[in-house]
Design a binder for this molecule. Structure first.
Ligand SMILES: C[S@@+](CC[C@H](N)C(=O)[O-])C[C@H]1O[C@@H](n2cnc3c(N)ncnc32)[C@H](O)[C@@H]1O
Length: 500
């Protein structure tokens, strides 16, 4: 992998140099830090202390970039975005150390100046030194209180403006999170702060392939600490270490999969359908295949109601008098994905499931007769705002235009899913986002156009009972959150095609 190598000689601290190289790659080539950092680290001989420092500086600086630029803006006479980018990235790293680490101010300034000299030459050294000394002085004056340093608006007067500054997120994302949480500033702050935490690795023990208990035992056998979740019966939490060390992961019997993704797929598998079963489940947007494999396993095991009895009222049991027995038709899963590389990944993840097929196709034109599926999962392409904690730079890359561009496709895919499901069957509309424009508003816009759709109360899904216990969000949709559920911010709507 080619990297932005230092342009000039001189001694730079190896951890800071590595962090700077990742920041340059992110800035210059749109690299993903979570892929770039381990790749670069693999080629260096670094102490574990330096690895830890490089990781903290890289991820911390990328997450806080807007705040760091704001702080730099208070001490430079020209706009920060006019500073030579390699110098600017070094200044961001220095400012991050001054603001958010225990590195003594003198060492933070000196090491950043060394980094500038080593990577950019002698010319910008005086400028960098002066800027960082002023930053250090400002931080000392304000006791490091970022709200004071950046003159954040009062939280009671302008909650979004305040949160923008103190949580280091772009204003539009703060607005989205506030809206999704009903304007509750304290909850929004917790949700935004959670984007700065590194998520626990969640594994899925694919039903029919390996049990969660067996996976925990296997982890212990290879020296990894793992434990079962109390929410998804198939989830295992890994307390560090490489998931690839597990034979089950290498064999595809288990995989890394956020528990929120597991729960929404299981909610679809668990919701009873009404009327004659066809046995067909379709995953309309399957790549890379995580939910498809879980659905295939859960449906084949025919044990989704492992979560208990279906709730009454709008979720009638399939085995009511006069209805066919549940297993009249063998469950089959059809997974669609238009992109070749991703379709290949779906195929690989479904390899152990003989009744699951992958077809490369556009979900808007599925090669299946309308009205024939018992269940359809439509996990639409979305902004990914629900997984910001996984990509440190993502919050500054995404724009409102990304969301607006996706909404028409999301609506079309939901319409296609509703056409595909048979009367009495159920569609799960899923996004990894809490943005109302691509979650509830898409669902409501589509459902308003159709008289044949009933919205189910997804909160009543037994699959979600454990995760939602003790929370009191409004229905009928479910929004999971990192700060509440420890999952990505997955959205779920369950829609039944009326049979009357
Ligand atoms: C959010 S991801 C799905 C994740 C998947 N369900 C999983 O759990 O692994 C959305 C997927 O939709 C695919 N996609 C994009 N446009 C599509 C279309 N017109 N029809 C079907 N799928 C599409 C993308 O390539 C991407 O793989």
């Amino acid at each position: 992998m080619s990297v932005a190598t230092p342009r000039r000689g001189g001694a730079a601290d190896p951890a800071r140099l590595l962090a700077w190289e990742v920041l340059r790659a992110v800035d210059e080539r749109g690299a993903y830090a979570n892929l770039m950092l381990p790749a670069l680290m693999a080629g260096r001989r670094l102490s574990s202390r330096d690895r830890g420092l490089a990781t903290e500086l890289t991820y911390g600086s990328l997450r806080a970039m807007g705040t760091l630029d704001g702080v730099l803006g208070t001490v430079t006479s020209r706009p920060v975005d006019t500073v030579d980018p390699p110098v600017r990235d070094a200044l961001r790293l220095g400012t991050y150390q001054l603001l958010s680490t225990r590195v003594p101010a003198r060492a933070a300034v000196a090491s950043t100046v060394d980094l500038v000299r080593a990577t950019c030459g002698e010319r910008p050294v005086r400028f960098a030194n002066a800027v960082l000394r002023r930053v250090a002085a400002r931080i000392e004056e304000t006791e490091g209180d970022i709200a004071v340093l950046l003159s954040a608006p009062d939280v009671n007067v302008d909650p979004a403006g305040h949160l923008t500054v103190v949580t280091a997120h772009p204003r539009w994302i703060v607005d989205v999170v506030l809206e999704a949480l009903g304007g509750d500033a304290a909850a929004a702050r917790a949700a935004l702060v959670a984007n700065d935490t590194r998520p626990t690795v969640h594994l899925v023990a694919r039903p029919g392939r390996i049990s969660a208990d067996e996976l925990v035992e296997q982890a212990a056998a290879v020296g990894l600490r793992a434990r079962r979740s109390v929410f998804s019966p198939y989830a295992v939490y890994l307390d560090g270490g490489d998931p690839g060390a597990l034979p089950a992961v290498r064999a595809g019997a288990a995989a890394v999969q956020d528990e929120g993704s597991q729960l929404v797929a299981l909610a679809l598998a668990a919701v009873p359908t009404v009327g004659r079963l066809t046995g067909l489940t379709v995953d309309l947007c399957a790549g890379p295949g995580g939910k498809a494999a879980l659905l295939a396993g859960a449906l084949a095991a025919d044990q989704p109601p492992a979560f208990g009895q279906p709730p009454a009222a709008d979720q009638p049991s399939p085995s009511q008098p006069g209805q066919p027995p549940r297993a009249e038709r063998r469950p089959r899963l059809l997974a669609l994905e238009p992109r070749a590389a991703r379709a290949g990944l779906v195929e690989a993840s479904l390899a152990g499931f003989p009744d699951a097929w992958t077809v490369r196709a556009d979900g808007r034109l599925p090669p299946v007769r309308p009205g024939t599926a018992d269940r359809v999962l439509v996990d639409v392409p979305c902004s990914g705002l629900g997984a910001l904690r996984r990509r440190p730079e993502a919050r500054w890359r995404r724009t409102p235009a990304d969301v607006a561009a996706l909404v028409p496709l999301q609506r079309q895919l939901l319409v296609a899913a509703l056409d595909l499901v048979r009367p009495g069957g159920v569609v799960a509309y899923v996004t990894c986002s809490p943005h109302p424009e691509e979650t509830s508003e898409v669902v409501m816009a589509v459902v308003r156009q159709r008289a044949d759709i009933a919205i189910l109360d997804a909160r009543r899904s037994e699959a979600l009972a454990g995760a939602l216990a003790g929370t009191s969000a409004e229905g009928p949709f479910v929004q999971l959150w990192p700060h509440l559920h420890g999952t990505d911010a997955m959205f779920l709507a369950l829609l039944r095609r009326r049979s009357d």
